[in-house]
Design a binder for this molecule. Structure first.
Ligand SMILES: Cc1ncc(COP(=O)(O)O)c(C=O)c1O
Length: 405
């Protein structure tokens, strides 16, 4: 009787129509990853459905939920489950090639949530946050929520321009600097070790926090990048962010902060954690199985091989269809190509006409802290297979030819 009642309530919550075809009712479709039918959205910065590790998570869930232990359904330890942090620290130490201490890890519900919490705890409205120009556009939204004043700092082919940073520091007293130091979103650059060291020195001299968003660090397809900025955590000025969104699945909402002990304490003693306990204990418990079982290692290797191949496909299509028009560096990590169009072209103008050509991309202006970068666009190779990437570029070329004959 009781069992039937439970089944009924489950059925009510998940109507049969949707169960058969979850995509059929757009009212239930999530907006962030929604693409209109027939459109190839080369702007989509998330993996395609075929890449998502459903079978792995299914096996991990069966294994973990089959155990006689319900602790994963309880409020979690504030800093994050210890077994999971141990597994994560072991995995990161191996992949980073530099030791990671589990006591320096705080489990978050993704890098975005970690960034939001850091803003809550370390900034006041009106504070200055220095960002790269270009920067990850959705971090700008988080800074806007916290009413921070964004000051863009110039970059070059190697990332943050340290001289430009020093000039900015002579004029401003920032609360923090937000950087994506490795395989940057959108520009793809990786900050060399020497600049990383200098950046940390400057943060100590000028007393600002470095929030290093390192979600692409493990997605390297060529030579290994320098050690993550998180490895400078002992300096006390660096908080490194990581995420399973790019190396397993974004829907897990699971990430971490790597930082010195006093930051750990600040994070896990926050009101949010006091009321709700550790973040995502359920997901952590499943992902622990994935990491401990060696599945994460194998999945990551598969991802790197796939993305390496897709870069070649997208590059070939760009050479064929837009070779004489666009300038870019072929990325050796991350998700993105950052294309420079001729000066007179405007990414937003192109985006307005893009639906007619059933193609999408992200206009450069959205990545600018000063409404610049109009003649840039960002393409991603994470979402589509080779053939769709090539077709998307063909459509993009047709769009550009129509708008700028
Ligand atoms: C630089 C950067 N940071 C953070 C995120 C979002 O990470 P998460 O899903 O862990 O919140 C993204 C996703 O596109 C990103 O590119």
């Amino acid at each position: 009787m009781c069992r039937n009642a439970l089944r009924e309530s489950c059925d009510l919550a998940y109507p049969a129509k949707l169960r058969q075809n979850p995509g059929m009712n757009s009212q239930f479709q999530i907006t962030q990853s929604f693409t209109a039918p027939g459109v190839i959205d080369l702007g989509a910065g998330h993996p395609g459905a075929a890449l998502l590790p459903r079978a792995t998570l299914q096996a991990a869930a069966a294994q973990r939920l089959g155990e006689d232990d319900s602790s994963l359904l309880q409020y979690g330890l504030e800093q994050g489950d210890s077994y999971f942090r141990h597994a994560l620290a072991t995995f990161l130490s191996r992949r980073y090639g530099t030791p990671v201490d589990m006591e320096r890890l705080f489990i978050a519900a993704g890098a975005s949530q970690a960034l939001d919490l850091i803003c809550t705890l370390y900034t006041q409205p009106g504070d200055v946050v220095l960002v790269e120009e270009p920067t990850y556009f959705l971090a700008l939204r988080i800074f806007a929520d916290h009413r921070l004043r964004v000051c863009p700092v110039a970059t070059d082919a190697d990332g943050l321009d340290i001289e430009a940073l020093e000039t900015a520091l002579a004029a401003e007293r920032p609360a923090m600097l937000y950087t994506v130091p490795t395989h940057q979103n959108p520009a793809g650059f990786t900050l060399p070790l020497e600049r990383r060291r200098r950046l940390v020195e400057l943060s100590e001299q000028h007393s600002f926090l470095i929030v290093a968003d390192e979600v692409y660090h493990l997605l390297s397809y060529g030579t290994a990048p320098p050690a993550p900025l998180a490895s400078f955590a002992e300096s006390g000025t660096v908080l490194g962010l990581g995420s399973f969104s790019k190396i397993l699945a974004p829907g897990l909402r699971l990430g971490w902060v790597q930082a010195a002990p006093h930051h750990m304490e600040r994070l896990y003693r926050s009101g949010l954690l006091d009321s709700g306990g550790g973040l995502n204990p359920f997901t952590s418990a499943l992902v622990r199985v994935v990491v401990e079982g060696g599945w994460e290692e194998r999945y990551l290797d598969m991802l790197r091989a796939t993305y390496r191949r897709r870069i070649a496909a997208l590059h070939a299509a760009l050479v064929e269809h837009l070779g004489r028009l666009v300038r870019y560096t072929v990325p050796d990590g991350g998700y993105f190509f950052w294309l420079r169009l001729p000066e007179q072209m405007d990414g937003e103008t192109l985006a307005a006409r893009a639906p007619e050509f059933k193609v999408g991309f992200r206009p450069g202006q959205r990545f600018s802290g000063r409404q610049g970068l109009r003649n840039y666009i960002r393409l991603s190779f994470a979402h589509y297979e080779d053939a769709d990437l090539a077709e998307g570029v063909r459509r993009l070329a047709a769009l550009i030819a129509a708008v700028y004959p």
